[in-house]
Design a protein around this ligand. Structure first.
Ligand code: SAH
Length: 230
């Protein structure tokens, strides 16, 4: 089986590349894609660069050019749910684009005609993630993720996203990857470890915890692969 593992930033896939050690690098569409194999699984790994447009291009490429049959996203996010602290792991059940606004026409925030506000992740992958996290002693919570092309570092904006989308965490790629995977019928899942609280200190917190939180998320991805190879 061919599995895509995707991050947004270099730091989010580095723990995986360091783990696999040997991989082939392919340059395509202003980006690098890394082919590796792990216990019979073919892996294709990439970081998209930040934001929904880059993430859509990378997810589409992973599927259409490299033939990924499942996609796992690994990265960091800002917490909207006050129960989530730095380092906590979230698996998305559904994702929405918080910066889509055609409410002037009476549509709900996040809604695009012929689409829907939320895209659901693959139930089987979420189920496997829970089993794996439990076996590894990792705390994993399910949540709604709200995605937009903005680094959220403001309490008022944060509360608006939380209350409008009932979202638990916010980031800048997940929902666009979800739209691509959903349209191309590729089962996918988005994992995020909390790097900050999306408040006025978010920038400092992000800089301090990006690497350690990205490692937490990557750890879960590796454990998922052990399960998926069966
Ligand atoms: N420091 C980086 C920019 C990071 S943008 C630079 O200067 O290049 C934040 C990244 O982490 C995005 O990929 C996003 O998905 C995620 N993220 C973490 N916390 C976030 C927050 N509070 N709001 C939005 N995205 C966040």
């Amino acid at each position: 089986m061919k599995i895509a593992i995707m991050g947004a930033m270099y730091e989010e896939i580095t723990p995986l590349l360091e783990f696999f050690k040997t991989y082939e690098t392919i340059e395509y569409a202003n980006n690098r894609y890394y082919k590796a194999s792990y216990q019979g699984l073919e892996l294709i790994i990439a970081y998209s660069k930040i934001g929904k447009v880059n993430a859509s291009l990378t997810a589409s490429t992973l599927i259409e050019k490299f033939g990924a049959e499942k996609l796992l996203f690994s990265g960091v996010a800002g917490a909207l749910n006050p129960a989530l602290k730095v380092g906590d792991l979230v698996v998305a059940t559904r994702l929405a684009q918080h910066d889509v606004d055609i409410s002037a026409f009476g549509h709900p925030f996040g809604y695009i005609p012929e689409g829907c506000v939320y895209v659901q992740t693959d139930e089987t992958l979420v189920h496997i993630a829970h089993r794996v996290a439990k076996a590894q002693g990792l705390k994993l919570v399910e949540g709604i993720i709200a995605t937009g092309d903005q680094f959220i570092c403001d309490s008022t904006k944060k509360e608006w996203i939380r209350s409008t989308f009932q979202a638990d965490a916010t980031e800048m790629e997940g929902a666009s990857v979800a739209v691509v995977c959903d349209a191309l019928h590729v089962p996918f899942c988005v994992f995020r470890a909390i790097s900050d609280a999306a408040d006025m200190d978010a920038g400092f917190s992000f800089d301090e915890f990006l690497v350690s939180s990205a490692q937490e998320s990557a750890k879960l991805i590796l454990a998922m692969l052990d399960e998926l190879k069966r």
